[in-house]
Design a protein around this ligand. Structure first.
Ligand SMILES: [Zn+2]
Length: 132
């Protein structure tokens, strides 16, 4: 295994590891616990290291160098379908709001030591008034 990158924070190393593994390159994180015990060690030991098999070293460097930000911003958010719970099932409007049960509905449970049943959030369509 060869070190492909080193980071000051363990989470940064894990992000890199995940990125490499998503591209099919096995990777390990080294020295993260040492850094967590005493973060001053991070500088002294050269940071939290990410290692990959020697054969994949060049490819791993390229993957870590690549910036996918452009691809992300190019994705047109307007084209994304709203999640099913974000539209009214009756009229299809996306103008909906949620209403939770008020805390007052908990009082009988508290007074009589009954179990509290948490009901799921309800949604209200602002256009047709449907609830679900
Ligand atoms: Zn509706």
């Amino acid at each position: 295994m060869k070190t492909v990158a080193s980071f000051r924070e363990p989470y940064q190393a894990h992000l890199a590891k995940g990125k490499l593994e998503a591209e099919g390159i096995p990777a390990i994180v080294l020295d993260e616990h040492l850094v967590q015990i005493n973060w001053n060690f991070s500088q002294a030991i050269g940071g939290v290291k990410v290692q990959v098999p020697e054969a994949a070293l060049d490819e791993a460097r390229e993957i870590l160098k690549a910036d996918h930000l452009e691809k992300l911003s190019a994705a047109d958010e307007a084209k994304l379908e709203p999640a099913p719970h974000e539209v009214c099932p009756k009229c299809g409007s996306d103008s909906i709001s949620s209403h939770r049960y008020s805390l007052w509905s908990l009082i009988p449970s508290l007074l009589f030591l009954l179990p509290i049943f948490f009901r799921r959030k309800k949604w209200l369509c602002n256009d047709c008034g449907a609830t679900w």
